[in-house]
Design a protein. Structure first.
Length: 132
């Protein structure tokens, strides 16, 4: 199956410290803002993604591999999208470059449903980033 990036301008690159798991996740405190489920999903996607950060995975498989319910997976995925760490178009995930996460608006491929809780602090932080 031919896969094309969801956000081609945000293809990840090998960071200067030569590791697919970018140390800025810790240094710049991204990881501090993530639940255990979001950390697990992020690590899993980084591990299985190809050189462009792409991997297709069905929800039941991810739930089983990560021992998450469908609701927990949805919440974890939404947090990663909101933080600009991944893009998602069912069933394709794209791990995004961290430097792209802090510049410009991050289009969301999976909008939050009206009845889903939203982290208001993250919303205001995102607005501030866009306006600054």
């Amino acid at each position: 199956m031919y896969k094309r990036p969801i956000l081609p301008v945000k293809l990840r690159r090998v960071p200067p410290q030569f590791s697919w798991v970018d140390q800025r996740l810790v240094r710049e405190r991204y990881i501090d803002q993530l639940s255990h489920a979001a950390c697990a999903l992020s690590l899993f996607l980084v591990t299985v993604a190809d050189a462009q950060g792409l991997r297709d995975y069905a929800e039941p498989s991810l739930c089983q591999r990560l021992s998450l319910t469908a609701s927990e997976l949805h919440q974890a995925r939404q947090v990663l999208i909101t933080r600009g760490l991944i893009a998602y178009q069912r069933p394709l995930y794209q791990v995004l470059a961290l430097d792209a996460a802090s510049s410009g608006a991050i289009p969301s491929a999976a909008p939050v449903a009206a009845d889903e809780p939203v982290d208001i602090k993250a919303v205001f932080a995102r607005i501030w980033e866009v306006l600054a």
